[in-house]
Design a protein around this ligand. Structure first.
Ligand code: EPU
Length: 308
C-alpha cells in the first residue's frame, strides 16, 4: 500500500489527494464483479480527463476509462494501473431551426437521463436509450443500441484526445461504426471527450409514449438482477438469446452466476459471483451453442484487467 502511495507522488500532481488506492471495481460495475484497481480517480470535466490521461501516459501507467461499468467484465484480480471514472456530465442543446437541434454532450453523460430530458422537450432521436444503463462515451465505443436504433444514427461528430495528445474532431464517417463496434474499440489510444448529435422536433407526448413502450418491453423481457446486459452479439440473422434458450441453457449456473431464466443472453449475478465463474459459464454456453447449432457466439462485452 505504501508503495502505491509513494508512486502517486510521481504522476498524480493536482489529483494526488483524489487518488483512491486499491479501489474495488465491483462497486463500479453493473455486474457487481471486479477486483481492485491500483489507482482510481473520478474526473468531472474534459480538461481534467485530458490532464489525467496525459499524466498517466507520461508516467507510462496503464489506464482505463470507466463509464457506468455496464458492458465490462472486470477480472477478479482487478486492474494494475489507473482507472479513470468519467463523471463529465454536462450537455447543452442548440436549436438550429424549427425542426432540428444540435446536442452537445460530454462523454460521461448517462443515456437514460439524457433520453428522458430530450423526449420531454420534444426532441426525438434518443428515446431508444431510455433503458440503456451506460454513458455517451461507452455507448459510442460499442455503438450501443436497442429497439432497432443505435448511437451512430444521430451522431454527427466525436471530439477525441488522440494518441499523440491532440484534441480533434472526428466526423461520424471516420468512426467505422458497425453493429456493436467502432474504431474506438480497436484504437484504445483515442479518448472520447464529447460528442455532437442532431435531433429532430416531435410531439413530446409521442416521444414519451415511445420511451414508455421501450421500458415496458425491457420490463417484460429482461432480468432486473445485476448483469452486463447482452453477453453476446446477435449472430447475423439470428438472436443469441434465442439460440442459448433453444440449447436448453436457461437457469444453468456456475457458482453464483446464472443464465437468466428471463432472457438467455443475460447472465445474472445471484450474489457474490466472480469473474472466473462468468468466464467458465461463457465457455460452457459457447460450446453448447456451437455443438448444437454450429454457431460461434461472439462476446459483446469487454473483458478488462489481469488474467484470471
Ligand atoms: N428470445 C428467446 N429466448 C430468450 C431471449 C430471446 O427465444 O431467452 C427470442 C425472442 O423471443 C425474440 C428474439 O429472441 O424473438 C430477440 O429477443 P429480444 O427482442 O429480447 O432482443 P435481443 O436481440 O435479444 C437486442 C439487443 C438488446 C436490446 C434488445 C431490445 C443485442 C445483442 N441485444 O436483444 O441490447 O435491449 O434487442 O431492443 O443486440 C445490450 O446490447 O446489452 C442489450 C440489452
Amino acid at each position: 500500500m505504501s508503495g502505491l502511495l509513494d508512486a502517486t507522488n510521481h504522476w498524480a500532481g493536482p489529483f494526488r489527494s483524489r487518488v483512491c488506492l486499491n479501489e474495488p471495481l465491483a462497486r463500479h460495475t453493473t455486474f457487481r464483479i471486479g477486483g481492485p484497481a491500483d489507482f482510481f480517480v473520478q474526473v468531472q470535466t474534459p480538461d481534467e480527463l485530458i490532464e489525467l490521461v496525459q499524466r498517466a501516459r507520461h508516467a507510462q501507467i496503464p489506464f482505463f476509462i470507466l463509464g457506468n461499468g455496464s458492458n465490462i467484465l472486470v477480472s477478479d484480480r482487478g486492474f494494475r494501473g489507473l482507472v479513470i471514472k468519467n463523471h463529465c456530465t454536462q450537455f447543452s442543446l442548440e436549436e438550429m431551426d424549427a425542426t432540428r437541434a444540435r446536442l452537445h454532450a460530454q462523454s460521461g453523460v448517462m443515456l437514460p437521463s439524457l433520453a428522458n430530458r430530450l423526449a420531454r422537450q420534444g426532441w426525438t432521436g434518443l428515446e431508444w436509450a431510455i433503458g440503456v444503463p451506460g454513458t455517451v462515451g461507452g455507448a459510442i465505443v460499442g455503438n450501443a443500441g436497442a429497439h432497432g436504433a443505435c448511437i451512430a444514427d444521430t451522431l454527427i461528430q466525436v471530439t477525441i484526445l488522440d494518441a499523440q495528445g491532440v484534441v480533434r474532431g472526428l466526423p461520424k464517417a471516420d468512426a467505422a461504426f458497425a453493429y456493436r463496434t467502432s474504431r474506438f474499440k480497436r484504437a484504445r489510444g483515442e479518448i472520447i471527450l464529447h460528442a455532437d448529435f442532431e435531433l429532430r422536433r416531435d410531439d413530446p407526448h409521442a416521444c414519451i409514449a415511445r420511451m414508455q413502450q421501450y421500458t415496458e418491453h425491457r420490463r417484460r423481457t429482461q432480468p432486473i438482477e445485476p448483469s452486463v446486459g447482452s453477453m453476446f452479439k446477435n449472430p447475423p440473422g439470428d438472436s443469441a438469446g434465442r439460440l442459448i434458450d433453444a440449447a436448453g441453457l436457461k437457469g444453468t449456473r456456475v457458482g453464483s452466476v446464472e443464465v437468466s431464466p428471463v432472457h438467455a443472453n443475460f447472465f445474472v449475478n445471484r450474489g457474490g459471483a466472480t469473474a472466473g465463474e462468468v468466464l467458465q459459464l461463457i465457455d460452457l454456453v459457447r460450446a453448447r451453442v456451437r455443438e448444437r447449432f454450429g454457431v460461434e457466439l461472439e462476446l459483446e462485452i469487454e473483458v478488462i484487467g489481469d488474467a484470471i
